[in-house]
Design a protein around this ligand. Sequence first.
Ligand code: ME8
Length: 512
Amino acid sequence: MTSERRFYLTTPIYYVNDKPHIGHAYTSLAVDVLARWKRMAGYQVFMLTGTDEHGQKVEKAAEARGMDPQAFTDQVSQAFRDLASRMNYSNDDFIRTTEERHKTACAALWKRLQDNGAIYLGHYEGWYAVRDEAFYGPDEITEKDGQKFAPTGAPVEWVREPSYFFRLADWQDRLLAYYDAHPDFIAPQTRRNEVISFVKNGLTDLSISRTSFKWGVKVPGDEAHVMYVWLDALTNYITALGYPDENTALWPFWPADVHFVGKDILRFHAIYWPAFLMAAGLPVPHRVFAHGWWTNEGQKISKSVGNVIDPLQLVEQYGLDAVRFFLLREVPFGNDGDFSRKSLVQRLNSELANDLGNLAQRTLSLIQKNCDGQLPAAGAPHPADAELLDAVAALPGRVGEALDRQAFHEALERIQSLSRLGNSWIDAQKPWSLKKTDLVRMASVLRHLHTALRALATVLQPFMPDTMSQMLDQLGVPVQARDLAALDTLLPDGTTLPPPSPLFQKIQDDAV
Ligand code: ME8
């Protein structure tokens, strides 16, 4: 395979200070859908997720539970691993920053930065927010009731300690030149503009080690220091490919095609990370996509408000694929979105049960009843066919185009519009009436509808893998003919189709 056919995509690695919630499930879901799509399009894909286990925030969380940090991180990291399997994510690796391979990679990157003159020893004095694991300048701080806060709302504390610094200020112009030469590096556009204006305002050197606590990767040659947790965390993306060994089978996946992140951590990925990489002489990722923030029924999701949404509870109640579909369908990827059970139920009932489910059930029952469950042959072309068949032929390209921009909602809208077209087409062609007047045309109409359903089920696989696999079973599509290229080959006439059963149930939810 050529290098163009490789695709590497990552989720953030999540802090293990608390159990996973809907926001974590959401980012990983988006990554999973794109990973599955690219595999289906013939790419060699590597999808990475994992947990970020060092730093003061995790150390404090362990302390608060009276646990040793390693035992604590073992426990919470497992909850993220379980989430990945329950949500049916297709990650190829799950990385933990407490693993030896990662410590090796961090030490190697540090040495390379040091050898390249990008690091110096100094003294840090300034504001630090443990919740964000981030340093803030004096102009960013506000005060309320005697407590100082970062712009994110996180409380800050004054830190004064010896520290190694990364010469970030040196990279200001080169970063701006990089953004300019690579307009797709930061998405969406509004966030790109924010990053550029932040960098234009001036960068200061970045403190990259701490001495006031121990829970981190030790700085090589100066063990009184642990590495700043963000330098440690970002390195995970290359650790997983074998860094510092650049001869591994996975290393050709670098640079990453897309790092998916929430908008809260874009600065780290779009400023610090490319600067570290350039300073180390390593290639910079192709793209960082920062999606928006979920609120719950209009409220910020927070433990203190008590409105944290447990993704596994939702799955329990509504089914895995319904939840996967809803999360990416409801909100334009990149925008903030509000989670509401009412809109979840509405979407599932109207788009899955009514539109797609009905189209499948109507078509497959008619084939079962009127064609002895054998896939009918398409008859002579009819002027009405083009409307449906042209839309079917265009579907994979249109979905792929949207997914290449990480516009998941648009991909689903394009799919949805074919389901709607299928329903209006079946109503207009009335195969149930043709049964009495023109059996050849009836067979042809049902065959075209089958072709449309096959395309719909194929392109929906990344979003709803289990349900679409059942749908493809019902459509008689062999397992080896379910990728995008297979759509170019028609199924043989007469293929036996099993008796259909409804794929989506309407939800009655009295609570909404
Ligand atoms: O920041 N809506 O980890 P983290 C949408 N360890 N997405 C949300 C969300 C919400 N309400 N809440 C969380 C870290 N997320 C670092 C990352 S990467 C090298 C290190 C998602 O556990 C979103 O992707 O705080 C956000 O960026 C991420 O969880 C933050 O996870």
